[in-house]
Design a protein around this ligand. Structure first.
Ligand SMILES: NC(=O)c1ccc[n+]([C@@H]2O[C@H](COP(=O)([O-])OP(=O)(O)OC[C@H]3O[C@@H](n4cnc5c(N)ncnc54)[C@H](OP(=O)(O)O)[C@@H]3O)[C@@H](O)[C@H]2O)c1
Length: 349
């Protein structure tokens, strides 16, 4: 079986990463790539690292151009996907890398995004626990025809904390997240605050004080495992690395819980997972260890003096945070081996 695939937003960072991974996927034929202001240009002009796709030309992003494929990836600014998804009713599988189909609450959408609310799709984080007894999101992705790939910061934090919340060893009413993030998370379009002169040699906090758009997505993942009242203090800090997220998440330990029970919550959550790995006790990840890989590496500490669990998680925002999650979810939805086209190994140094 060879799948005919279209990728929209192909001139951008997320679209480019989807294409890089799909180019190594044995079951995929990339037939169509689309863009907006850069439509008409050769893809290679905007993605010079994608040598094997040099023959492709960026077409305009329209429902007509995107129609007639087995799989369509949308990697557009949030608020833009909905207009196309409505028109792609006949496409067997549509995967949106944007936020338009992630949230189940229209009130949360209105509060953090605004504009038209679109129906929620199956969330594309297979390893996430979603039920008592350790049921995983993977099961919901089997046979899915509409998939919402995650927000990169949101899925990183959810993977960090859901095991502790689902098993009842941490209290979700006092969660603190501080994330070091690279500027590729903000996309490729020109922004003054992302100029090299603004970010090299400095760490810049942004969206401080509960305003970041990924907060409701994290709350949603936590409420699925019972924490309807999760309170999250979330602070991202832009640091001078092109890719990567290093998320440090802490939460209070529930009274009476032992160290062994805490560690076991994360061990059992990710035992046997290829792409989400808990490091041995005392070890913590670096973003450098996951660059280019579809891997989330998690380090866990138990700070008894502060009575808090500390979880440090590293991902590549463009791979496990977006494109890798999208393709892993596609594989599951279509019954392909889950790891097809994806690598667990990073690029170092
Ligand atoms: N970057 C990440 O790490 C990351 C992680 C998770 C999710 N995402 C999500 O992925 C989506 C794309 O993000 P990105 O970082 O790739 O952004 P980006 O680098 O700015 O790319 C945006 C893409 O969308 C196209 N585009 C812009 N306006 C459009 C419109 N009105 N209609 C159709 N196409 C339009 C652009 O085409 P032209 O260049 O031709 O104008 C470009 O190809 C966003 O929703 C983002 O939230 C990104």
């Amino acid at each position: 079986m060879t799948l005919s695939v279209a990728v929209s937003g192909a001139s951008g960072y997320a679209g480019g990463e989807i294409l890089r991974l799909l180019a190594a996927h044995p079951d995929v034929h990339i037939r169509t790539v689309t863009a907006h202001s850069n439509a008409g240009d050769a893809l290679i002009q905007h993605q010079p690292h994608l040598r094997s796709l040099a023959g492709l030309t960026l077409q305009p992003t329209t429902p007509e151009v995107l129609a007639g494929h087995d799989v369509v990836f949308l990697a557009l600014p949030h608020g833009q996907s909905g207009q196309y998804t409505d028109a792609l009713a006949d496409t067997p599988l549509v995967i949106d890398a944007g936020a338009d189909h992630r949230l189940t609450s229209s009130a949360a959408w209105d509060a953090f995004y605004g504009g038209a609310f679109h129906e929620p799709w199956t969330y594309g984080v297979p390893e996430l626990i979603v039920g008592a007894g350790g049921q995983k999101q993977r099961e919901r992705l089997v046979g899915a025809s509409r998939i919402a790939a995650p927000g990169c910061n949101a899925s990183t934090v959810a993977l960090s904390l859901v095991p502790g919340v689902a098993s009842g060893v941490i209290d979700a009413r006092d969660i603190v997240n501080v994330l070091a993030v690279g500027p590729s998370g903000a996309g490729k379009s020109l922004k003054t605050n992302l100029l090299a002169s603004e970010i090299l040699g400095t760490a810049n906090p942004y969206a401080v004080g509960g305003t970041h758009r990924h907060i409701p997505e994290i709350q949603q993942a936590l409420s699925v495992v019972g924490a309807a009242d999760a309170r999250i203090s979330f602070t991202p800090v832009l640091v001078p690395m092109a890719r990567g997220i290093l998320a440090t998440s802490t939460a209070p330990i529930v009274d009476g819980v032992t160290d062994a029970e805490i560690r076991s919550a994360w061990e059992s959550a990710y035992d046997g997972e290829t792409f989400v790995q808990l490091l041995p006790e005392g070890q913590f990840p670096r973003t450098a260890d996951v660059l280019g890989a579809n891997t989330a590496l998690i380090g866990l500490a138990i700070d008894r003096a502060a009575n808090r669990v500390v979880v440090v998680t590293a991902v590549d925002n463009l791979v496990k945070g977006t494109a890798g999650a999208a393709i892993q979810s596609m594989n599951i939805a279509l019954g392909l081996p889950e790891a097809t086209g994806l690598t667990v190994n990073g690029v170092a140094p």
